[in-house]
Ligand binder design. Structure first.
Ligand code: NAD
Length: 287
């Protein structure tokens, strides 16, 4: 890697940050396109987030990704928000435009690109079941709702959280049949019989986080089962779906595509998606 007097800095703020795959993914893209840039991980404690955001201006850093636990709190420290980041209530990408810090969110669009490209699924007019009501769920819901599905059922451990998401999104998307339910096999049995897409947006399935158990055998043939967890790539949930002959969509594509959209925001260039995917896939295999 060559660092010159003109090298522009990109990076990621998070805490902890040691396991992030973003530096490997973005530096591979930078190298492939021969750009004079470098992408650096920054371990930013919550009490230092304000200083770190101020340093984006002070050090003339071009762009920053934001990850756990800063995605929501960073909003108040920025000058401007994209419409999507405002709707989601979280930022995963900042661009420094001559000292003006603009916050965006590429998670939902990254998921949608991967769903369409990797699983060949078009949400328009379809019935969808989404599990979870956290930050990733809000991003994915925003992106999916914009595509005009027929219905979305949000199932969450805390039903009231799913209900408030439904109330909020009903105002913005009155044509979609939006409903909330508990994360419970008996409640989900019927909705799964007609669902074309089931998505896990919770951390269930991650190493050490417990399993997501749902009656996948109720789903119609050809339905897509999607899991945004990427450690491991093949969760038990996806393995069960695969054994049942359902179409399986893992979290790798979302990870790569959200990064590709951020890369385009910062550089104006189409990201070398295949190179980024290979790097991330290899890093996950080595872990
Ligand atoms: P979050 O903390 O905002 O939300 C977590 C969600 O999981 C909540 O809905 C919570 O109710 C649910 N949950 C947690 N433990 C549960 C349990 N034991 N039983 C039932 N529900 C439970 O987190 P987030 O940022 O939305 O991330 C969620 C997952 O998505 C993480 O595993 C994260 O790694 C993954 N993710 C993947 C990508 C990608 O690019 N593939 C992007 C963002 C997030």
């Amino acid at each position: 890697m060559k660092i010159s007097g003109r090298t522009r800095i990109l990076g990621i703020f998070g805490h902890p940050i040691g396991h992030t795959l973003s530096p490997a993914m973005h530096n591979a893209a930078i190298e492939a396109l021969g750009l004079d840039m470098v992408y650096i991980p920054f371990s930013v404690r919550p009490s230092r987030l304000k200083d770190a955001v101020e340093a984006i201006r002070g050090l003339d850093i071009l762009g920053i990704n934001i990850t756990i636990p800063h995605k929501e709190v960073v909003i108040d420290l920025l000058d401007k928000l994209s419409e999507e980041a405002r709707a989601i209530g979280a930022v995963n990408t900042i661009i420094n435009s001559n000292g003006m810090l603009i916050g965006l969110n590429t998670d939902g669009q990254g998921y949608l690109r991967s769903l369409k490209g990797d699983a060949g699924f078009n949400p328009k007019g379809r019935d969808i079941v989404l599990v979870g009501a956290g930050g990733a769920a809000r991003g994915i819901l925003t992106a999916l709702a914009g595509e005009g599905p027929a219905s979305i059922i949000i199932a969450n451990r805390t039903t009231s959280k799913a209900e408030s998401l439904v109330d909020e999104f009903k105002v913005k998307f009155p044509d979609i049949d939006l409903r909330a339910c508990a994360l419970d096999t008996s409640e989900l049995k019927d909705p799964l019989k007609t669902a074309a897409l089931l998505i896990n947006t919770t951390s269930l399935g991650m190493e050490g986080k417990g399993r997501l158990e749902l009656p996948l055998e109720e789903m119609p043939g050809g339905a897509v089962v999607s899991d945004i967890v990427y450690k491991p790539l093949k969760t038990d949930f996806l393995k069960k779906a695969q054994d049942l002959g359902l179409v399986v969509h893992d979290g790798l594509g979302m990870l790569v595509q959200q990064g590709a959209i951020s890369f385009k925001i910062w550089t104006g260039l189409d990201a070398p998606v295949d190179i980024m995917r290979n790097v991330v896939e290899r890093a996950l295999e080595e872990e």
